[in-house]
Ligand binder design. Structure first.
Ligand code: MN
Ligand code: MN
Length: 425
C-alpha cells in the first residue's frame, strides 16, 4: 500500500524529533542492510573506507524532498556496495500524465520516460462500465493483465476468425501486431489494466484506428467499398473516438452465438495467470511463469508474476536472452542491479512503479515491507530463461569455487545448491 501524504509527514516528523538527523537515520539503515553481505564489522570498515561516511559526513542540512526520500531512500543514499552509474532502473506510472476522456484514461511509461528500455513499453488504462478503447491495431504485439474489474475483449485473425472472451482480475490477453481488437469495460465499475508492448518507443497515441481509416478515405471509395452513401459518410465520426462511453454489451454467450461458425476456437488469446498453479513455490514466495510453452499465442512476450513474502528475496540471477521490464503490483521492495564495469544501482519500488534491468545484468529483489510483494517480470521473448547464481556456484568444482570466492569450501557449500528462484527455500 502506498503511504498517504499524512502518514509520510507523521513519519518524517517522528524522525526529526530524534537526536540524529533524518539523513543519518537513512545512512544507518543502509549500513544495517550492508550486514547482509558479510559480518557487520567488515561491512562497517568497508563502508567507512569506500564511502567516507564517518561521523557527520552523510548529513544534509539543506533542503530535502521528504516525500521522495521516504518512498525511495536507496535512490539518494545508496548502500555502500553501489558504484558508478548503470543508468536509470526506475520510473513510476504515478509520474506519468493521464490522458482522461469520457469513459476512462490512459498513461504510459515508455523509452521516452525510461530511455534504456528499448525492448518493452507499458500502458496503464482505465475503462468505466461499458466504455470502449476504440477498435484498433498497432505495429507492436500487445500483452495485457487485468489489474482490477472486468472487460470483454475481441480479436480477429487475418483469416477472419474471431476470438471473444471476458477477462477478470489476474487474467491475461495477447494480441499479435496488426490483428484488430477491442477492449470494453464490464460490470458495475469497468476495469483497469496494464498493457505491455514489445517496442520500447511504442506510443498509445499512435495506433491505427477504425474511425481514422474511414474518416480519411474519400466518400467515393467508402461508397464503392461499403455501399454507404455520401450522407452516411457525413454521419461517421470525423475524428478519433479513442476512449468513449457506450452501452454494456450483450452476454458473452449471446455474442458468441452471433459469431457462430466465425468464432476461432483453436487459438486462445486469453490466459488465467493469477489462478494458475505456481511454477515455483518456496518459503520465500511463488513465481508463475507464462511464456509460449503454456500460452502458445504469446510468441513475442514472456512474463513471470512473482510473489515475495516479507523478508524473502528473488534470488541473485540474470536472464541470458533479454532485458527485463517490471511492473510492481503490490507491496514494497528494493532491487539491486549489477552490470559491467563494476556499476551497481539500488532503488526502492512501490505499487505502480516500473523497473528495468539491462539484458544479462545480475539482479536481486528483496521484500522490504510487511505484506506480500507482487510484481511482474516482463521479457521480449517467446521463452522465459534465467540463470541462478547459487546454482552456478554449486556446479563449480571445489578448487574452482575456492580460487574465485576466497572462502573455505565448507562456507561455499552452505549456499543453496539449486535454483530456488525465491529464498528462503
Ligand atoms: Mn491495442
Ligand atoms: Mn529477473
Amino acid at each position: 500500500m502506498i503511504p498517504t501524504a499524512e502518514t509520510e509527514v507523521a513519519k518524517s516528523e517522528e524522525v526529526e524529533r530524534k537526536p540524529l538527523s533524518r539523513r543519518m537515520f537513512v545512512g544507518a539503515a543502509a549500513l544495517a542492510g550492508a550486514g547482509l553481505f558479510g559480518t557487520q564489522a567488515v561491512a562497517q570498515t568497508r563502508q567507512e573506507q569506500l564511502a567516507g561516511r564517518k561521523g557527520n559526513s552523510a548529513s544534509d542540512p539543506g533542503p530535502e524532498n521528504k516525500g521522495l526520500l521516504e518512498m525511495n531512500p536507496s535512490a539518494n543514499m545508496p548502500p555502500f556496495t553501489d558504484h558508478g552509474n548503470p543508468g536509470p532502473i526506475w520510473y513510476s506510472f504515478d509520474l506519468a500524465p493521464k490522458r482522461v476522456q469520457a469513459g476512462g484514461w490512459t498513461h504510459q511509461v515508455t523509452q521516452r520516460e525510461l530511455p534504456p528500455s528499448r525492448d518493452l513499453a507499458g500502458v496503464n488504462m482505465r475503462l468505466t462500465s461499458g466504455s470502449f478503447r476504440e477498435l484498433h491495431w498497432h505495429t507492436a504485439n500487445e500483452w495485457a493483465i487485468m489489474l482490477s474489474g472486468k472487460a470483454r475483449v475481441s480479436v480477429m485473425q487475418p483469416d477472419g476468425k474471431m476470438f471473444l472472451d471476458d477477462v477478470e482480475t489476474g487474467d491475461l490477453w495477447y494480441f499479435p501486431a496488426g490483428y484488430p481488437h477491442s477492449i470494453q469495460g464490464l460490470g458495475e465499475d469497468g476495469c483497469e489494466f496494464l498493457l505491455v508492448f514489445d517496442e520500447g518507443a511504442f506510443s498509445e497515441d499512435d495506433t491505427f484506428l477504425l474511425s481514422e481509416f474511414v474518416a480519411h478515405t474519400s466518400p467515393e471509395i467508402i461508397e464503392k467499398n461499403m455501399g454507404w452513401t455520401r450522407g452516411q459518410f457525413d454521419e461517421l465520426p470525423p475524428t478519433e473516438l479513442y476512449i468513449f462511453e457506450a452501452p454494456l454489451p450483450d452476454s458473452l454467450e449471446a455474442e458468441k452465438r452471433f459469431l457462430g461458425a466465425n468464432l476461432e476456437t483453436e487459438n486462445k488469446y486469453t490466459f488465467k495467470m493469477a489462478a494458475m498453479t505456481p511454477t515455483k513455490k518456496t518459503a520465500g514466495g511463488e513465481a508463475r511463469i507464462v511464456d509460449s510453452t503454456v500460452f502458445p499465442v504469446s510468441k513475442g512476450i514472456a512474463a513471470a508474476m512473482v510473489t515475495i513474502r516479507p523478508g524473502g528475496i528473488r534470488e541473485m540471477h540474470w536472464h541470458p536472452n533479454v532485458s527485463e521490464w517490471q511492473y510492481w503490483i503490490k507491496g514494497k521492495g528494493r532491487m539491486t542491479v549489477v552490470t559491467t564495469g563494476a556499476t551497481a544501482r539500488t532503488m526502492d519500488f512501490n505499487a505502480n512503479d516500473v523497473g528495468y534491468v539491462p539484458s544479462m545484468a545480475g539482479h536481486s529483489i528483496e521484500n522490504t515491507g510487511t505484506e506480500d510483494l507482487v510484481f511482474l517480470e516482463m521479457f521480449k521473448t517467446d521463452r522465459y530463461q534465467d540463470v541462478s547464481l547459487n546454482q552456478w556456484i554449486a556446479r563449480m568444482p571445489d578448487k574452482m569455487a575456492q580460487a574465485h570466492l576466497k572462502l573455505a569450501t565448507a562456507a561455499i557449500r552452505k549456499a543453496p545448491q539449486e535454483k530456488n528462484v525465491l529464498l528462503p527455500r
